[in-house]
Structure formats: structure tokens, C-alpha cells
Design a protein around this ligand. Sequence first.
Ligand code: URA
Length: 232
Amino acid sequence: MRLDKLLAHCGYGSRKDVKKYIRSGEVLVNGEVILDDDYKVNEEVDEIIVFDESVSYQNKVYIMLNKPKNVVSATFDNKAKTVIDLLSQYKNYKIFPIGRLDIDTTGLLLVSNDGALCHKLLSPKNHVDKKYLVEFDGDFKQSYYNDFEMGIILDDGYKTLPSHIEIIDEKKAIVTIHEGKFHQVKRMFLALNMKVINLKRIEFGPLVLDESLKEGEYRLLNKEEISILTSL
Ligand code: URA
């Protein structure tokens, strides 16, 4: 791969920026200053140093974001800020959100450039579990436990797959669903005359939201998390 392309891909700036760094002698490959931006590197074996820092080339990235409110789960939007805007450091990796959370939903969103993983996690056949912390208004009746377990008929007539609810207190519950229909949790509550006030995703498949991440913060998945995900 061309040296300038690789550095831009790794987040060191635009192609124009990295060409400037290369020509000003800031980039070493295997200990040698390279001034030529179309110099070819083997990203698997060559040691590349920029500004005295070793470059780690990752083909695939896996990011756990604690999504804040008022940000859309999309790569582009005409008006609203997107989750990709929050991750500008990784924009050269062509990342996209794996699945969607509503604009007012917070919590665990996986963002990656691994299309095969995305397909696997979102395929309706695979029933990846999603767990949400729900704050709601309205009366929770005992009979609703059974409704969640048996499936709830939504406003469009669709009956959800069996799900699970654990009541924490009068206004809070943890709900696990195995599919991802549009506004699903909110519509399940509405179907039972309750209203979701706040929704936060705390688990997505085998991933658990890292509670040290404040809203808007993110981190790369660790090796163990990646290997669990990719071996699903
Ligand atoms: N269910 C919803 O209603 N909204 C979300 O963002 C996710 C699940």
C-alpha cells in the first residue's frame, strides 16, 4: 500500500496533510526517513514511525460507543450530528454503526468497518440479544410478565418474539429482546399502555456496555471481545 494512503487511513490527516509530513521528514519506515509519498509499504511487516510514534495499522476496527442523545445512528445526516461525527478520529476507516438506536436512546452502539460481522449481527435469523434499561411511566401489571414472555402485538399487528422483563422498581425495568424492529421497546410498552421515558442499551449480543464510558465516550474493543464477536 502507498505510504500516504496508509497514514491517512490510520487517522493522521488527509492525504494532503500526510504528504506534507512525509516530505518534511517526519516519517520513517524500518528506521529510514522516507520522503517519497508514493513509497510502497507492506503494512503487515514494515515498522512505520510518525512523529516518533509507531503506527499500528488495523484493517478492521471495532468501537464501543456509549451513544448520547441527539445523535443519529447513521453515517450521514443533513441536519443532525451522527455517531460517525463523534468518532472523527476513525473516519478514514469507513466505519458505520452496526444497527440503530433512536436519536433519544443512549448506550451501547457498536461501530465498525467489518461488513461481514455487521451482516451476522443484524441478520434476523441470528436473533442477537439486546438488553435495555428502561425508565417508563404507567402501571406495570403482573400479567405483563406473561405478555413479554409470550410476545406482544404491536400497533401494526406484528407479534414480537418472546422477550423478557425484569422489574427493578416502579419506574425502571430491564428488557431483553431478540430482534430489532423499528422503535421496538417503545412500541412494546405503548401496546401495554405504558410510555418509555428513557431508554439505554446495556448489552448487545455478547458485548456489555463498559460503564466507565460516559455518554459520548468510546473505546476500541479488546482482543477478547473481538474474538467472541467474530466467532459468533
Ligand atoms: N427500541 C426502541 O424503541 N428504540 C431503540 O432505540 C432501541 C430499541
